[in-house]
Design a protein. Structure first.
Length: 295
């Protein structure tokens, strides 16, 4: 079957035109000599004689995706505060919580900061492409930097899903101090975690929890290269506990975002209170590191 062939891909139109002859749509078919190829003759998947089922739910295309990077003209360029959010979404839905919320929160801070703010450290913003295809944009970006350029980044802040409709208030567990799903980042990540926790606790009266910091979003390549990182997250497919509903409101026994990667991820399904609090935390922590990265 298609899974055994390692493929989620076929060009439907080509098949309809008989250009993938020997392969049956939606039913088992035997791969012809040379495997299944594209119109231009390049290999798609499969080897001759193998039985495959082409799954019509998927198709393959080559697409170009881009990151959008912007940096203040002011501030030290060898001690840059970087903040990022992914712009892309899955095909199923509009991707408003995942990740319009993070992208919009970041944009608002960038606009309010302006191009030449009075900061000691430059602020660099990254709106990533192709996160949903495996952190592609952010990974390419970090790997495209020389070692010296990587050293110029003091820290990285990530915002991926900050307005989930049954919101949790999670801060990436940068120091592995939290029991559940923990995973420590490079030295310095714990201080970033503390900055977010302090702001949300003191200014917003919200008790936060630590969350998995093992690389399920665009901070992954930053910590892989030893750059301290942190960020906020209001939860995806995980289910809210009774204790969490008691301190944060919302519904126990229901996913933090029941529309995660689904068609219901639209403007009507954002917790605007959570988005507001987290957008303020984004702004505050970014600005405070722009003033100083000394603890
Ligand atoms: N990166 C995930 C997505 O875009 C969401 C996520 C963020 C999951 C942070 C866990 C932690 O689908
Ligand atoms: Zn996603
Ligand atoms: Zn996401
Ligand atoms: Zn911690």
């Amino acid at each position: 079957n298609a899974a055994a062939a390692g493929a989620i891909a076929v060009i439907i139109a080509n098949n309809a035109e008989g250009k993938l002859s020997g392969v049956t749509l939606g039913a088992p078919g035997v791969v012809p000599t040379g495997g299944v190829t594209r119109e231009d003759g390049t290999a798609l998947f499969g080897s001759a004689g193998q039985t495959v089922t082409v799954d019509l739910r998927y198709h393959e295309e080559d697409r170009v995706s881009r990151n959008v990077i912007a940096q203040t003209k002011t501030g030290r360029r060898d001690n840059v505060v970087m903040a990022g959010a992914h712009l892309d979404s899955v095909e199923n839905g509009a991707g408003i919580n995942d990740n319009g919320t993070g992208s919009a929160g970041l944009l608002e801070t960038a606009l309010k900061l302006g191009g030449s703010p009075k900061v000691n450290n430059a602020v660099r913003f990254g709106w990533w492409g192709a996160e949903e295809l495996g952190l592609v944009g952010s990974t390419k970006y970090v790997q495209s930097l020389s070692f010296e350029q990587q050293l110029d980044i003091a820290l990285y802040l990530n915002f991926d899903m900050i307005g989930s409709p049954n919101a949790a208030y999670f801060v990436y567990d940068g120091d592995d101090s939290d029991a559940v799903g923990a995973g420590a980042g490079p030295y310095g990540s714990g201080q970033i975690e503390q900055a977010f926790v302090e702001y949300l606790t003191v200014e917003k009266g919200v008790q936060t929890e630590g969350t998995d910091f093992t690389g399920r979003s665009d901070y992954g390549e930053f910590i892989a290269q030893g750059i301290p990182a942190g960020g906020l997250f209001t939860g995806a497919e995980g289910v809210k506990t009774e204790a969490q509903a008691a301190k944060w409101g919302g519904t126990a026994g229901v996913a933090y975002d029941r529309n995660y990667h689904g068609s219901g991820d639209n403007l009507g399904n954002v917790d605007r209170v959570a988005l507001d609090r987290n957008a303020d935390a984004l702004a505050w922590v970014t600005a405070s590191y722009a003033i100083s990265t000394e603890s």
